[in-house]
Design a protein around this ligand. Structure first.
Ligand code: SF4
Ligand code: SF4
Length: 140
């Protein structure tokens, strides 16, 4: 499936002074910032549809492209994560939306797994590289 990023909605999240949520959230290190300050995915073929970037984007600029078999062409899924729940919005080819929600994992389970302070360190070491600027040149 893969994602698409709406460059009219993406505001860059303070890049380059700040790391961007979508970039930090992607476990495949697939999202980079372009010279125009907009986020872009470098390889949709490598995206495994985990929706981490979609849930964390504060501008709701990222959506998951749904398969034709589910909602026809142009179907998409957006999501927004809150502390208690995630709100999902699925759109079909006619722009008709369905909204539903799922409960978030509670703080207790997250605390058991890993503390918020450790989480940042784990992300950094997992990726193993600093996020240097990458200009993709043209939109993909
Ligand atoms: S999190 Fe959203 S708004 Fe921020 S840089 Fe990424 S796509 Fe753009
Ligand atoms: S859906 Fe997951 S794997 Fe795909 S770009 Fe977003 S964070 Fe990365």
């Amino acid at each position: 499936m893969g994602i698409s990023i709406d460059h009219n909605s993406c505001n860059g999240c303070g890049y380059p002074e700040h790391e961007t949520p979508c970039n930090m959230a992607c476990p495949g290190d697939l999202i980079f910032m372009q010279s125009n300050g907009k986020a872009q995915i470098c390889s949709n073929a490598d995206c495994w549809d985990c929706v981490a970037c979609i849930k964390i984007c504060p501008q709701q600029a990222i959506e998951l492209k749904l398969p034709f078999e589910i909602v026809g062409k142009e179907g998409s899924l957006k999501a927004r994560a809150y502390r208690e729940k995630t709100i999902w919005t699925a759109s079909d080819e006619n722009g008709i939306e369905k909204v539903f929600e799922t409960p978030a994992r509670n703080d207790a389970s997250l605390t058991t797994l890993i503390s918020p302070e450790e989480f940042t360190d784990v992300i950094d070491s997992y990726k193993g590289i600093s996020k240097s600027f990458m200009d993709l040149g043209v939109d993909i």
